[in-house]
Design a protein around this ligand. Structure first.
Ligand code: GUN
Ligand code: ZN
Length: 452
């Protein structure tokens, strides 16, 4: 079988540790002229170009990126692909927004052709924004999961996804039952978990929309399939916290609803976690459960301000991933998501550093997902998912960069002014799937059909 070998050359940035827990200088690696050699979907060599050029086989293409920065592909820890058509729906906070917009949009996924179109649209946008892995909520319909994984697998992407479980407080058309939800999820696990790069997440939407019986079966299903994920929502708004307690009166606090049903531990990811007590943060840390920080969503819905510094405190660091939470989130760009994460942190008196921010978008989220041995870093043996950032993507960025005196300053400008225009290329599984300045993207310019 012929090998697929390619290489890219340019400045590169990656992390070997956690700048929340150690000095940035000890865990950030910046190479001004690096080579990344990729073979059959894996990085086989990463280091200074001069030292590695002779490892590139004769005839293999070396793509050179000037005025650019090569990073591991961005990772989105929490996102709803079926909500792509309702980004920017005006005028509601969480519970009302779910009723007025999300639950309406999700009903359309009974139609598998619609699911396929939106899955393609979603993945095209992810790639255009340098995101190579996401943890994705589908809808209650199993075909919404099949459609997503089929598109993801065809692109060779590593994605996590699951069928939403929801048996109450939702429109009839979006409700399953505890047993049906269990059976359908189990069949999807058998079909998709570990199929190529696809990973399954058992997905009880949140405590208010699942009965205790459904929560119990969801926890059991997760434990019956080691290596799968569990994703849900936690403490996003004050009203939701009160509702969750009212609906699960025997539980001590919101987190205890999930704990009681065996839903905490490695590979469990909870969106938001804004209104948590110290005790809850302690249990998240002890159990190795992750939170997904979704700043654009939290600002858009007026949900509250996530306390990143508090969550990551060295005394009991909670694993935290960065997330768009589309469609309550307002941007596919994890650069723009970092921009808002910085502002949210500032409102809590914590000036997130650029190093911490780029760690969060790459290796930090990989750690939250327990995938740091496969994605999130540039190193030999890692999967070849990369993003190439353009430091001069716009006239303003070019001129602003001229005033920067350090790497940290340049990174901070990238996350403040950068968006999809700053994504020069996105490589997945050793293949360039998005070339901003080049040919037709693999999913076409408009998966909805019309040419734009
Ligand atoms: N809580 C339960 N479902 C959702 C959802 O779809 N989006 C957000 N932001 N929060 C939720
Ligand atoms: Zn969400």
């Amino acid at each position: 079988m012929s090998e697929r070998v390619s290489a890219i050359r340019g400045a590169a940035l990656t992390f070997t540790g956690d700048p929340f827990l150690q000095d940035l200088a000890d865990c950030m690696v910046h190479l001004p002229d690096a080579l990344v050699v990729m073979r059959d979907g894996l990085i086989t060599a990463f280091g200074p170009a001069e030292a590695l050029l002779d490892q590139v086989p004769a005839g293999a293409a070396v793509t050179r990126y000037d005025d650019a920065l090569i990073l591991p592909g961005f990772i989105d820890a929490h996102v709803h692909y079926p909500q792509t058509p309702i980004i920017g729906a005006h005028g509601s906070q969480l519970i009302d927004w779910l009723d007025r917009y999300a639950f309406v949009a999700e009903q359309a996924f009974a139609d598998v052709a619609h699911a396929r179109r939106i899955a393609r649209l979603f993945l095209r946008e992810a790639l255009r924004n340098g995101t190579t892995t996401s943890a994705v909520f589908c809808t209650v319909h199993p075909q919404s999961v099949d459609a997503f994984f089929e598109e993801s697998a065809a692109l060779g992407m590593r994605n996590i996804a699951g069928k939403v479980l929801m048996d109450r407080h939702a429109p009839e058309a979006l409700r399953d039952t505890p047993q049906r939800g269990y059976d359908e999820s189990k069949a999807l696990i058998d079909r998709w978990h570990g199929h190529g790069r696809q990973l399954y997440a058992v997905t009880p939407r949140f405590a208010p929309s699942s009965s205790p019986e459904q929560m119990e079966l969801a926890g059991a299903l997760w434990h019956e399939h080691p290596g799968t994920y569990l994703q849900s929502h936690l403490s996003e708004t004050v009203a939701e916290v009160a509702w969750a307690k009212e609906l699960h009166p025997d539980r001590g606090d919101y987190l205890d609803v999930y704990a009681h049903h065996g839903q905490l531990g490695p590979r469990a990811i909870f969106g938001h976690g804004i209104h948590l007590g110290e005790d809850e943060l302690g249990r998240l840390h002890e159990t190795g459960t992750a939170l997904a920080h979704c700043p654009t969503s939290n600002l858009f819905l007026g949900s509250g301000l996530f306390q990143l510094e508090r969550a990551r405190a060295a005394a009991r660091p909670v694993r935290v991933g960065l997330a768009t939470d589309i469609g309550a989130g307002t941007s596919f760009s994890l650069l723009q998501t970092l921009n808002e994460a910085y502002k949210v942190a500032q409102l809590g008196g914590f000036p997130l550093s650029a190093g911490q921010a780029f760690h969060l978008a790459t290796r930090g989220t990989a750690e939250a997902l327990y995938l740091e041995d496969r994605i999130g870093s540039l190193a030999a043996g890692m999967e070849a998912d990369l993003v190439v950032l353009d430091l001069q993507a716009t006239p303003l960025m070019r001129d602003r960069m001229a005033f920067c005196e350090s790497l940290e300053e340049r990174l901070f400008v990238l996350m403040t002014l950068g968006d999809d225009r700053a994504i020069r290329a996105t490589w997945v599984n050793g293949v360039c799937l998005h070339d901003r300045d080049g040919g037709e993207p693999p999913l076409g310019r408009s998966p909805l059909g019309e040419r734009t």
